[in-house]
Structures are given as structure tokens and as C-alpha cells.
Design a protein around this ligand. Structure first.
Ligand code: SF4
Length: 359
């Protein structure tokens, strides 16, 4: 990897002619674009939902969610009036639940302030909750045909390799520079396709984790990273901090057919979502009182699970406890409700499965 090369990087990036990539990339996209459910039409509602969904989710994993979401909430009006429990259920397993809450907030604002029509400029779109630079660029270019780049990690990786950029691509300065350079070369009449062709190249050819498929890349002849033999090491990233590990005891409190749940605090990790009652740290019988469970309750150690968040790791041990009476302070739901109505974060999937199947 070239070193000490901030100055060189800027020089290399600024020398690269982004206009040269447009014809080859569009030509390649015309012949190779994948058929994806959200590409069937380019209405802002579909583009918006798909882009928000795809922010933290792979394409293959997102497809069934997308289809389910559209079957339940086919338009902005239905999203604006959807109850939160339904939204969370439709989003269950995708994680980052603030995204779906913002979708609903945003839909209500568009209904109330824009007469149910998406504002047609990237600047106005960015003012809406949950719509950042990237999503605004995607909607503006794909749905409204405007020369607005949608620069995410994939596009930054492609740009860094094309230009042979040896710095950290997460720096705002690099993102700003690439956004400006791309905006200047957006082809009139094909803005949406240009946005999607860049995304597509990053998704299927210029792959992450040191695996670019340069031999089948339409931009290979133009690519500085490939020419210099550095493409696989680009982009460089700052070393990640190790995650904090938290041990938790998760209690599967049962009373006949019913199971105890509680809502998580309204701020922070998995804010406002359902969870099984839990304690941080190791299990001791004396700690049952912290959850209002009578100390004589028989408790059996059952399944365990591990869940990794971006900065934190939960190591969870489940404990099954059969109560003769429901204790206060919890929502007691039937097993059927647990399966069909309640949205549980995927961190607790193992425990729900255990309650439903005994395994
Ligand atoms: Fe990426 Fe290789 Fe294409 Fe360059 S030639 S853009 S590194 S796939």
C-alpha cells in the first residue's frame, strides 16, 4: 500500500477523469442489470423503501421483506397510517428499527406537508427524517432524473479503486470530493441509470474485502487501482475498536400458555422494542427479586445465544421459569401471539424458537 500519500492521493483523485467512465458503465449496466423487485418501477415510494431497507441488508435477504412490506403497505398513505406494531412486525429481523419508525414519520410529514407527494429536490428530501445524503441522491436521480449522486460505501470503494486513492474512504472530505466529481458528469436523460450502474458495479464486480473482479469489469482499462496492482488493498480503513462483551441472563417466564415480555427503554439500543426480561451479569437466585420473581420459583438453565451489534456483543444465557401466577410489570402474551403478532428483535430469536418448539 502506498504510504504517507495524502498529497499524492488528492493529486491522483483530482487527475482522474470521471466523465470517461460514463459510456462504458451505462453500456455494461444496460446488458447486465439484475432484475430486482424494486426496479420494476422507479416511483419515489419504492425507491425510498428499498434504499432504506438495503442500507444494512444484503439484496437477497431484503427481497422477501420488500415484497411483504409492499403487499401490506402499497403506498405512502397506508404507511402513514400503519400502527407501529405492524411496522415493527414487517421489519422484524432487519434490525436498526429506527429506520422503520422514521419511514412512518416521514410518510406522515409528506402526507401532511406535501399533499402526499414526495418533494422533487434532493435538498428538500434531505430535510425529511431518516433521509440522508445517500437516500436523497438515490430518490432524486432514480425517481426524478436529477444529476444527484448517491454515494454509499460501495460507491466510495469503487471510486477509491478507480482513482487509486490510498487514504481512508470514510473521511468526509473524500466523500465530498467524489460526490462533486460524480455530480459533474451525470449524463442528462440517464441520471437514474448512472446511479444504479455505480451501485451495481460495486455490488457484483468491484466487490469488497479485497475481491474485485477486475477481469470482467467494464472500467478495467480506466482503473488506476488495477493498473497499480493496489485495487485489492483499497479501501483502507481505520482499525476497528474491539467490541464490548456483555453477559446477560434472559428469563423465559411462563405462566400456563402465556409468556412474559417487557418493552425496552425508549432510548438507546433496541429502543422501545419487546424483549424477554433480562439481567446483566451472572445468574444468582438472589437476583430473581430484581425482576419481581418469587425466589422459590424453579429456574432451569436452557438455550444460550450470542448477538453481535456494531459496538457491543451480548452473550446471553436463557433460563426457563414456570410461575404459578403472572407477576406484575410484564405483558403476558400467548405463544401464538409471540409467533404471529409480536415483533421481537433477532437478538432473541433463539429464545422465541425455544418457547415455540422446545428446541
Ligand atoms: Fe474495481 Fe477492478 Fe473494476 Fe477497478 S478494475 S473498478 S478495482 S473491479
Amino acid at each position: 500500500m502506498p504510504s504517507g500519500a495524502e498529497g499524492k492521493a488528492e493529486k491522483g483523485t483530482s487527475e482522474f477523469d470521471f466523465s470517461a467512465i460514463v459510456p462504458g458503465l451505462l453500456n455494461w449496466y444496460d446488458r447486465n442489470a439484475r432484475i430486482l423487485p424494486w426496479r420494476e418501477d422507479s416511483s419515489p415510494y419504492r425507491v425510498w423503501i428499498s434504499e432504506i431497507m438495503l442500507q444494512q441488508t444484503r439484496v437477497e435477504a431484503a427481497k422477501p421483506y420488500f415484497e411483504r412490506f409492499f403487499a401490506a403497505l402499497p403506498d405512502l398513505a397506508s404507511l402513514a397510517s400503519a400502527p407501529e406494531e405492524l411496522l415493527l412486525k414487517l421489519w422484524e429481523g432487519l434490525g436498526y428499527y429506527s429506520r422503520v419508525r422514521n419511514l412512518a414519520r416521514c410518510a406522515r410529514i409528506i402526507q401532511a406537508e406535501y399533499g402526499g407527494h414526495f418533494p422533487g429536490s434532493a435538498e428538500e428530501l434531505r430535510r425529511l427524517p431518516g433521509i440522508g445524503e445517500y437516500t436523497a441522491g438515490a430518490i432524486a436521480s432514480i425517481s426524478f432524473g436529477l444529476p444527484e449522486p448517491a454515494v454509499d460505501g460501495n460507491v466510495l470503494r469503487v471510486a477509491a479503486r478507480l482513482t487509486g486513492y490510498p487514504g481512508e474512504v470514510t473521511q468526509p472530505r473524500f466523500r465530498k470530493e467524489i460526490t462533486g466529481k460524480l455530480r459533474a458528469v451525470y449524463p442528462a436523460g440517464r441520471c437514474g441509470d448512472f446511479t444504479q450502474s455505480l451501485m451495481e458495479l460495486g455490488a457484483v464486480v468491484c466487490l469488497p474485502n479485497g475481491a474485485p473482479k477486475c477481469s470482467c469489469c467494464p472500467l478495467a482499462e480506466l482503473c488506476e487501482g488495477r493498473r497499480a496492482g493496489t485495487a485489492a488493498e483499497i479501501p483502507v480503513r481505520a482499525p476497528k475498536k474491539p467490541r464490548r462483551v456483555e453477559r446477560r441472563c434472559v428469563f423465559l417466564l411462563c405462566c400456563g400458555e402465556r409468556v412474559a415480555l417487557r418493552k425496552r427503554p425508549s432510548k438507546g439500543l433496541l429502543a422501545g422494542l419487546w424483549e424477554f426480561p433480562a439481567l446483566e451479569g451472572a445468574f444468582e437466585v438472589s437476583r430473581l427479586a430484581e425482576l419481581g420473581i418469587p425466589p422459590e420459583t424453579p429456574v432451569e438453565r436452557v438455550v444460550s445465544a450470542r448477538h453481535v451489534f456494531s459496538h457491543l456483543e451480548w452473550e446471553m444465557q436463557g433460563y426457563l421459569a414456570e410461575l404459578s401466577q403472572p407477576v406484575e410489570g410484564y405483558e403476558w402474551v400467548t405463544r401464538q401471539e409471540l409467533e404471529t403478532r409480536i415483533s421481537l428483535p433477532s437478538a432473541f430469536r433463539v429464545f422465541r424458537r425455544f418457547l415455540l418448539t422446545g428446541k
